[in-house]
Design a protein. Structure first.
Ligand SMILES: C[S@@+](CC[C@H](N)C(=O)[O-])C[C@H]1O[C@@H](n2cnc3c(N)ncnc32)[C@H](O)[C@@H]1O
Length: 286
């Protein structure tokens, strides 16, 4: 039986953007996504923007416990009628940007509303303490390319990638949806790294460092980091990294960013560490 309670509707989802209700109509794609997510019957799966249950019901057929979050009350009603008395589906009438996320490890398999892709990823990935194990998402192809881009220009995406491997699995054409979207989609795979490149306790320091270092992503490392490291420290840092000091900051990979962080923590006094919200334009030396 569903745990959904109609009385809760009043304080459930707030006005939300329902413009992107492109429902999945390809059974093959649905089962490909479930296989890619390696769903086990012991898993808790979050279906974000569950719609009328295109993914929810096949996910529940694996025996996993499925939490279906949907913000449109009309879809919630349809979803409930498609559940066929399954007791391993919980329907939550809620806005994913405000809903409480599971406290124990969970997997996400979802065809999310494209208009709020980055805020959804932010909820899942900004805080590595959120116990997301992996996610298989349908997103707009352009967004998938942005999250997996090399060089890395966006500090927020960089900080996600220090904890998660993000991969564009394949492009998905509009004909897999009804109504078809105007843009191509893609399957995005997100897996928590078995060993994060940045320790959870240093996450905020890393975000400040990433924001500082990528203020102008084309700036050479020697210029971009001169407000943090002394010239001799920069000489040693580029030697350890095995790169040219003129390499633009955006060309550093995730492992190299981890080296920059830990070198800073070990050799630079905290007074020179960048702070979040610091006006990074006031770099020393500029
Ligand atoms: C692209 S549709 C996918 C529907 C269904 N999962 C499918 O694949 O057929 C996105 C769904 O997200 C819902 N939605 C939009 N904004 C939402 C929000 N803030 N929180 C939860 N669901 C939302 C929409 O109502 C819609 O049903």
């Amino acid at each position: 039986m569903s745990k959904y309670n109609k009385k809760k509707r009043g304080k459930g989802a707030k006005a939300s953007n329902f413009s992107a209700q492109h429902q999945l109509i390809s059974k093959r794609l649905i089962y490909d996504m479930i296989n890619l997510a390696q769903v086990q019957s012991s898993d808790t799966i979050l279906d974000i923007g569950a719609g009328t249950g295109a993914l929810t019901v096949p996910l529940a057929e694996t025996g996993a416990h499925v939490i279906a979050i949907e913000a449109d009350p009309a879809f919630v009603d349809k979803l409930l009628s498609h559940m066929k008395n399954r007791d391993n589906i919980r329907v939550k009438y809620a806005d994913i940007l405000e809903a409480v996320l599971p406290k124990s490890p969970f997997v996400v398999v979802a065809n999310i509303p494209y208009s709020i892709t980055t805020p959804i990823l932010g909820r899942l990935l900004d805080y590595p303490s959120v116990p997301l194990k992996r996610a298989i998402l349908l997103v707009e192809k352009g967004a998938a390319k942005r999250f997996t881009a090399v060089p890395i220009q966006d500090p927020r995406i960089l900080s996600w990638r220090m904890h998660y491997e993000i991969r564009l699995v394949r492009t998905v054409s509009p004909q897999h949806f009804a109504p078809p979207p105007k843009v191509d989609s893609a399957i995005l795979s997100i897996s928590r790294r078995s060993k994060p490149l940045v320790d959870m306790q240093h996450q905020l320091k890393f975000r400040a460092l990433g924001a500082y270092g990528l203020l102008d992503p084309r700036l050479p490392l020697s210029a971009a980091l001169i407000g943090i490291f002394t010239p001799p420290q920069i000489t040693r840092l580029v030697r350890v990294l095995g790169i040219d000091r003129e390499l633009p900051m955006c060309r550093l990979n995730e492992e190299q960013w981890a080296v920059v962080l830990y070198t800073m923590l070990q050799h630079v006094p905290p007074s020179r560490w960048p702070q979040l919200r610091q006006n990074v334009k006031k770099r020393k030396g500029f």
